[in-house]
Design a protein around this ligand. Structure first.
Ligand code: MEV
Length: 450
């Protein structure tokens, strides 16, 4: 609609942006304005900090910040920060952590910490010439980026390798400069992209001056320089294990039956993409929540994990389980490119708080913690699924959301929660009990108690 178009929106003040927005999209403009303002922080400095994280900021969008204690990871105790809006996730993580605390905790291995980036380019010439040219200029890629890499090298990182990849099998004349990086405790996106852009410059300038190439061959077209969020060489493994008989937790099902059903559930996720997607979604509940709370990029990690889960050609489970020789073993292997310095880590007060709560971990330690959180979450989900079913615990947690929607008072909540300690929760049962406690008809739901 023409009247909803605007030029120069980004140049308006915050108030100006809000005014344009509420005037154009809302019936009750005063209410819309109030909703946005309700979420502004009263500390103007803190609000400005958040305003400046992104562009066109008009308010803050809260996500609950919870904690899951009792995580024993490689012998060290952690309380995990979790930023997530979904009920049950923090409870599930805590429950798993306590269960495995009694059984040795989580043990992890950092398999590798390498990140990869590419200069993608089109070269319409003789491949042999390109290969020998690449070998002759290879050292210059390192030399020309030496000022960009100086700090990283001082910390033990930097560029590990640069290779020429021929991808003409996929697209005519398509090649890549593929570089491997060690970025230590930083996620390293800016570092990698800066190196790649310099590689591109070095490469095109040197090629243009090289008399071995014809004028037509010098028509190299650099398409883009960008890190890859697929990080199969930035990999961590977390594992829990115990004798089968130790799986007995009084839930009514024998440890042998539990182990066998649990392993089958994992096996189903390994072979069935419909189930694998939900199975991995549960894992990402645990992974993303800690990643967000520690100021890392959950979209990058999501993308990497799902590509990794498809690396065999079929989307499959990120976790695996064996029940052999009287032993239950359950593990996860995931690519986690994380940082504990740079980015939001020193800017966002709650991110700083999370990292301090975790004992100021290195990026590798954070990989271990996050992988354990994903494994814990998957253990809790499968444990519920193969025993009581997921809805029992889930609906208990969801009850509070239903009661908040109904605008139940604290006293009403206490009575209703107590009732559902011994009764099955459903949306209609919760509404019915709410009506009974408040003394109203179902038709009156939504009308505020005076
Ligand atoms: C819900 O957020 C996650 C689960 O569906 C995961 C699973 O089914 O394994 C419970």
């Amino acid at each position: 609609m023409a009247e909803k178009r605007i030029k120069g929106f980004s140049k308006l003040s915050k108030e100006g942006k809000i005014e344009w927005l509420v005037n154009n999209y809302f019936d009750n403009q005063e209410q819309a304005y109030k909703t946005l303002k309700k979420y502004w922080n009263s500390d103007a400095k803190l609000q400005k900090l958040h305003d400046e994280f992104i562009e066109n900021t008009i308010s803050n969008f809260y996500t609950p910040y919870g904690v899951a204690p009792n995580f024993k990871v490689d012998g060290k105790m952690f309380t995990l920060p979790m930023a997530i809006e979904e009920s049950s996730v923090v409870a599930a993580a805590s429950k798993s952590a306590s269960f495995w605390l009694e059984r040795g905790g989580f043990r992890t291995t950092i398999i590798s910490t390498v990140k990869i980036g590419h200069v993608h380019f089109i070269y319409p010439g003789d491949p042999e010439k390109l290969h020998s040219f690449f070998e002759s200029v290879k050292e210059r890629f390192f030399e020309d980026t030496s000022s960009i890499t100086a700090n990283m090298r001082a910390r033990g990182g930097g560029i590990q390798s640069i290779e020429l990849r021929d991808r003409t099998d996929a697209i005519d004349h398509y090649y890549q400069l593929e570089a491997r990086f060690e970025t230590c405790d930083s996620m390293g996106a800016n570092f990698i992209n800066s190196c790649l852009e310099q590689f591109s410059k070095t490469f095109t300038e040197a090629l243009a001056k090289d008399h071995r190439f014809t004028e037509a061959e010098k028509e190299v077209q650099v398409i883009m320089c960008i890190l890859s969020n697929y990080t199969p060489e930035c990999l961590v493994r977390a594992e829990v294990s115990c004798p089968i008989e130790d799986l007995d937790d009084g839930s009514g099902i024998s440890p042998e039956e539990f182990a066998s059903k649990f392993a089958r559930a994992v096996h189903i996720a390994e072979v069935e993409p419909y189930r694998a997607t939900t199975h991995n979604k549960g894992i990402m509940n645990g992974i993303d929540a800690v990643i967000i709370a520690t100021g890392n990029d959950f979209r990058a990690v999501e993308a990497a994990c799902h590509t990794y889960a498809s690396s065999s050609g079929q989307y499959t489970s990120l976790t695996h389980c064996t029940v052999q020789n009287g032993k239950f073993r359950f593990w996860i292997e995931v690519p986690l490119a994380l940082g504990t310095v740079g980015g939001l880590t020193t800017l966002h007060p709650l991110v700083k708080f999370s990292l301090e709560m975790l004992g100021k971990p290195t990026a590798a330690e954070l990989m271990s913690i996050v992988a354990s959180s994903g494994l814990a979450q998957n253990f809790a989900a499968l444990r519920a699924l193969v025993t009581t079913g997921i809805q029992k615990g889930h609906m208990k947690m969801h009850l509070l959301n239903i009661l908040n929607q109904l605008e139940a008072t604290e006293a009403e909540k206490a009575i209703i929660i107590d009732h559902f300690k011994h009764n099955t929760v459903s949306h209609s049962a919760a509404v019915q009990k709410f009506c009974e406690v408040r003394g109203i008809e179902k038709s009156e739901v939504g009308i505020k108690k005076s």
